[in-house]
Each structure stands twice: as C-alpha cells, then as structure tokens.
Design a protein around this ligand. Structure first.
Ligand code: SAM
Length: 394
C-alpha cells in the first residue's frame, strides 16, 4: 500500500522502510529527499503532485519544477543543527485545553518570558495556494488525501484537528480541516497553505501575546512570546493583518476563517476598542512619519516617532519579527552619534535573526552585514572611550 504505517523512532529499520515506501524509488529514481513516488494530477500539461518525506512526516503539494528547485532544500534542511532557536524551554510550556467559545486552545503551564520560543513545529502539509483553472475541486481533494495519508502517522494527527463543522454532505472532511487550521506561508516566492499540527491549536486574538514566524530553511513555524505570559494565561497569535481596525478585522476573520471573534479585544467595551483603533491609526501614521523625517535628515525627530511607535506596537500586541523593526532606529542612532543605543538596537536585530535559526540565504547575508555594522560601531565606541580618557588625563 502507498500509506506508511508509523515508523518506530528514531528512523525505520531498512526492513520497515522497504515495505513502506514505493519499491521503485529505492532502486532507480534520484528522488532525495522524497520517500514516495509523486502522486500527481495533470492540469493542461502542468502536473501538480504530492511529494512526501515520511521520515520528517511532511507532504508538499506543488509542481515538479518547484519540487526540484526551491524545495530541494528538504534533504538537508530539517536536520537539528539547522534549526536551533536558542531561547526555547526544555519542556513544553503549555497545554491544550477547552476554551469557552473557541473550541480548544493553548494555555501556559509556566511563566513564559517575552522573547522565548514557545514551540517549533515543522509543517505536516505545505500545499500550493493556487491551481490552474482546469483543476477540479475533487482533484485537489485527491491530492490532499494522498498528502495526509502518507504522513508518518497515516494522517491521524491531522484528522484529529478541529473542523468548521458545516453541513456534512457539502464538505470534504480533510478540506474542512485544512481550511480551518492552515496558515498562509511563502516558499520560494510562492504562496502556500501550511498545516502545522501543534500550531493549529493556538487561537486568534486581536491583541495577541505571541507571534508566529515561518522559516523557509526549516519548513518550521515558531511561536514566540511577544510579552511575558503568566501561568494559566491563554497563548494567542494573530490570524489577521496586524494593522486592521476592529470592524475590518472582525469582518475579515468571519469571511476568511469563518468564525465570530470572541477574543479579549472583540469582547471588550466599545471605549477600549475605540482606544485600540486610535492607537492603530497612530501606528500607521508614525510608520510613514519615521521614513519621511529620516529622508529629510531630521534624525532626532524620526527617532522620537519611532520610539513612540514601538510603545504603541507593544501595547497593541502587534510585535512581529522585531528584528526588522529595530533596524531603522539602529541606523538613526548611529547617524546622530548615539553609538551605545545604535549598538543596543543592532544587537536586538542580530539576536532576533539568530533566534529564528539559520534564516536562509537572505538572512545569512543580513547577519554578515550586521556583523560588519556591529564591528564598525564598536570601533567608534573605542575611539570615543579613548578620546574621553585623553580629556581626563589633561
Ligand atoms: C486554527 S484553529 C484554533 C484551534 C481550535 N480552537 C481548536 O479547537 O483546535 C481555528 C479555529 O479556532 C476557533 N477560534 C480561534 N480563535 C478564535 C477566536 N478569537 N474567537 C472564536 N473562535 C476562535 C475558530 O473556530 C477557528 O476556526
């Protein structure tokens, strides 16, 4: 059968392997990193196939071109040295429990510090988000069935996830589960739907205390604490674009995800919602202002606006990939000669980037560039110290 029985950890014995995988593969096809023959449908001459690596328990639905180029990373990328967030607790810091009005959700089982990784979850399914017009819904469902069935547990983990629960006859069970639990990710410049079995238990909040980050290098989604989270508190992420205002956010969640949001902000009083909307409008305004002021050479004013923006971003729980955000003030502080602050912010950028694990080619280049900038600031600081000492002696 094409469906693998679960492998005993860490890896199957060769006996198990050959009974489980398509026999052809091991003999002739150069198929690394895939463990099964691709399962394909043919749209106009451009096939879409399921590629599975059963060892890593991941199935990817994509075109042969994509599988052979951008996804070829898989053979070496999921090995532990490649994804090593430094700031992760040795024991899972949350449990999944029932949350009134939201189904299940994740609750902290200890105090979680801001900046710590809560969870690193490698994708089970990555499915291209768009198909050519002549691909039927049944064909996509067929691909999804193969993708899920070839996972190491035969798809049990995926099938246990929550459903939207619309009418039984209308919906394909797997399609429903995938739509209700997948997150949009970008891989090789293309849009994919990513299903991460553990991440799928985290509910949405319009003012979340954690945020997600997907790594193209490891195919893993990491959940980071954006604030200190107390034991017993629900850990939440955001499903909607960060900057939206209350009404727009609620409509989008209902349209795209199909649920009425019952998060802390959506159930708060109108005055709290109005304050949040006004904060978010100000963030948008400040974002533009920082750029404009910096362009005009008004660095001190740009920095004042940037600091105010960070404050509001933190209040609204919109922290996301802080590393990127800190780059502008790092440069501005350098330009105004505040090297201590420039170093502090540059180290924050570096720390965030390193924390995500090896962040692909682009990230590596950025790390090298940051390294150069840090050395430059440190040389400047040394000169400053020497000059001060010189003045002291006189
Ligand atoms: C990715 S799942 C999250 C985990 C899910 N609650 C469970 O039981 O497994 C997404 C679904 O959770 C529910 N959900 C998530 N956030 C919610 C919120 N803020 N308000 C109400 N329901 C929510 C919705 O039913 C949504 O379709």
């Amino acid at each position: 059968s094409e469906i693998c029985t679960p492998y005993p950890p860490p890896y199957p014995t060769s006996q198990n392997l050959t009974t489980c995988l398509d026999s052809l593969i091991s003999s002739s096809t150069p198929l690394t990193p895939w463990t099964h023959l691709p399962h394909c449908i043919y749209a106009d001459q451009s096939p879409h196939c399921v590629y599975t690596n059963a060892f890593h328990s991941i199935s990817i639905i994509t075109t042969p071109d994509e599988a052979s180029t951008s996804l070829n990373l898989l053979s070496h990328s999921i090995n532990p040295p490649f994804f090593a967030p430094k700031k992760i607790y040795p024991i899972k810091p949350y449990k999944v429990v029932s949350i009134p009005g939201k189904g299940k959700g994740a609750v902290a089982t200890r105090r979680i510090q801001k900046g710590m990784a809560i969870l690193v979850d490698t994708a089970s399914i990555l499915a291209q988000a768009e198909y050519p017009a002549d691909v039927t819904r049944e064909e996509v469902q067929d691909l999804m069935g193969a993708a899920v069935g070839r996972l190491r547990d035969g798809g049990e983990g995926v099938r246990a996830l929550s459903r939207k629960g619309r009418s039984e006859e209308e919906d394909d069970e797997l399609e429903d589960i995938l739509l209700n639990n997948s997150f949009a990710v970008v891989l090789g410049g293309k849009n994919y739907m990513g299903l991460f079995v553990d991440v799928a238990r985290f509910n949405h909040d319009c003012r979340p205390n954690a945020f997600i980050h997907f790594s193209e290098t490891t195919f893993a989604m990491t959940i980071w604490a954006a604030k200190d989270i107390e034991e017993g508190e629900e850990i939440t992420i955001t499903y909607s674009a960060a900057g939206m205002l209350t009404e727009e956010r609620q409509q989008t969640l209902e349209k795209v995800w199909g649920f009425k949001c019952k998060c802390s902000l959506c159930t708060a009083s109108p005055s709290i919602q109005a304050k949040s909307d006004s904060n978010r409008k100000e963030i948008r305004h400040l974002q533009d202002q920082v750029g404009q002021l910096a362009q005009k050479g008004k660095y001190h004013e740009a920095l004042k606006s940037a600091e105010r923006m960070f404050e509001l971003i933190e209040t609204e729980g919109l922290t996301d990939q802080m590393g990127d955000m800190y780059e502008v003030p790092a440069r501005l502080y350098y330009l105004v000669g505040n090297l201590e602050k420039a170093l502090e912010y540059t180290l924050k950028v570096q720390n965030e980037l390193q924390g995500y694990g090896v962040p692909g080619k682009f990230g590596m280049e950025k790390l090298r560039m940051l390294d150069g900038f840090i050395k430059k600031i440190e040389r400047g600081l040394k000169r400053k110290r020497k000059a001060k000492e010189g003045r002291g002696k006189k």
